[in-house]
Design a protein around this ligand. Structure first.
Ligand SMILES: C[S@@+](CC[C@H](N)C(=O)[O-])C[C@H]1O[C@@H](n2cnc3c(N)ncnc32)[C@H](O)[C@@H]1O
Length: 360
């Protein structure tokens, strides 16, 4: 099944986990099933002290990345952790890696032993998505430096909206956005199937992104969103907006609960086979629909239905591929459309709509 297994596609943070907090209402005994991706979401969920997080991804490399982040979290103090990831400067990350490589699984160690250049560079910005958007942000930082800094130093939504409407939004911006929204660009440059493979032909990617960005300029202070800081500025600053798992105030909590995360390479559609992983009280599914055909999307929801405990909460994100919950699930899951609309408007990773449901 896996469309993605040849490289690390996501390594930093491009989702706002405060949405998952609202949708999943995490309780101390909860068992959470979570898609790994960059590892940001499973680590952010752990900040809320659930009983267990089972983090799955069909791309083993994403899981190797999470394993390395967990090993660093287990071994290093906070500042060392940030510098090992590449958020702050550090000279000898390879020496640091040697101190933690024995904490990795055999396969993860094999992989990272062969990819020490990525560790040297800093694993946080080494994903395919991060590299691509760093290029785009470099272009914006070069051509629109003054307006960009005005936008990211806005102190109010009113001020930001005014700068966006009167200075940012112009033919130059629209031409830029139209060109980076071309499917051919995503197919041959970004090479991430989630951005084109299942996106309907009649879906205007440009109009969708343009509309979501205008909406964000009115509802989200861009400087307070780790996602938009990376999107427009290419990287985070230690003193700026950080996701929960990178905030100093949560570090001790995370370190004390590391053993509550298990990492598995398995696809969502086969997670229920044989009941091997038991039942779950909450599901954080990211935008898996971006990588699934309609048939497989149904299979995934079928699997969720089989392993959801009574009262289980589901939070799914949808990017360009908008899918309907399969018919057979509509009788067992209740959607919270009010919450979905609220998260779609205020989630500071801008581009997602939500499916928030609970098992009756
Ligand atoms: C869009 S990405 C999530 C990235 C996310 N924004 C992040 O930064 O963590 C989706 C992730 O889900 C994984 N994935 C997609 N479909 C899956 C499936 N059916 N089962 C398991 N993992 C899946 C992909 O390998 C990818 O790592």
């Amino acid at each position: 099944m896996s469309l993605l297994s040849n490289k690390i596609y996501y390594s930093s943070v491009n989702e706002d986990s405060t949405s998952e907090y609202q949708a999943l209402r995490i309780r101390p005994a909860d068992r959470i099933l979570c898609i790994t991706g960059s590892g940001a979401r499973p680590l952010d969920l752990l900040v809320k002290s659930p009983g267990e997080v089972v983090s799955i991804d069909c791309n083993p490399l994403q899981n190797f990345l999470l394993e390395l982040k967990l090993a660093a979290l287990k071994h290093f103090e906070y500042e060392e952790f940030l510098s090992f990831l590449g958020i702050s400067n550090r000279r000898n990350r390879i020496a640091a890696y040697r101190k933690i490589r024995n904490l990795l699984s055999f396969d993860a160690r094999q992989y990272w032993d062969r990819h020490q250049a990525d560790i040297h560079y800093g694993i946080f910005y080494n994903g395919n998505w991060e590299k691509y958007f760093r290029l785009l942000s470099l272009y914006l930082r070069t051509t629109r430096k003054r307006i960009l800094s005005m936008l990211f130093s806005s102190s109010s939504l009113e001020e930001q909206k005014n700068i966006w409407d009167t200075q940012w939004e112009n033919p130059f911006w629209r031409i830029f956005l139209r060109s980076v929204s071309l499917r051919a660009v995503w197919k041959y440059f970004l090479k991430d199937p989630g951005f084109y493979k299942y996106v309907p032909d009649d879906f205007s990617v440009y109009r969708y992104l343009h509309g979501r960005l205008i909406g964000a300029s009115r509802h989200i202070l861009l400087k307070d969103s780790p996602f938009t800081v990376i999107l427009f500025n290419g990287k985070l600053s230690e003193t700026g907006a950080l996701p929960p798992h990178l905030q100093k105030q949560h570090y001790a909590t995370l370190q004390s609960q590391i053993d509550r995360i298990t990492v598995k390479t398995v696809s969502l559609s086969s997670i229920a086979n044989g009941g091997k992983y038991g039942k779950f009280d909450a599901f954080s599914l990211s935008d898996f629909s971006s990588y699934t055909s309609i048939r497989e999307y149904r299979e995934c929801w079928g699997a969720i239905r089989r392993i959801a405990s009574t009262g289980a909460r589901i939070c799914e994100r949808q990017f360009l591929v908008k899918r309907e919950m399969p018919g057979h699930c509509k009788y067992v899951f209740t959607r919270n459309t009010g919450l979905e609309d609220n998260l779609s408007k205020n989630d500071n990773s801008i581009f997602y709509t939500f499916v928030c449901a609970s098992m009756e």
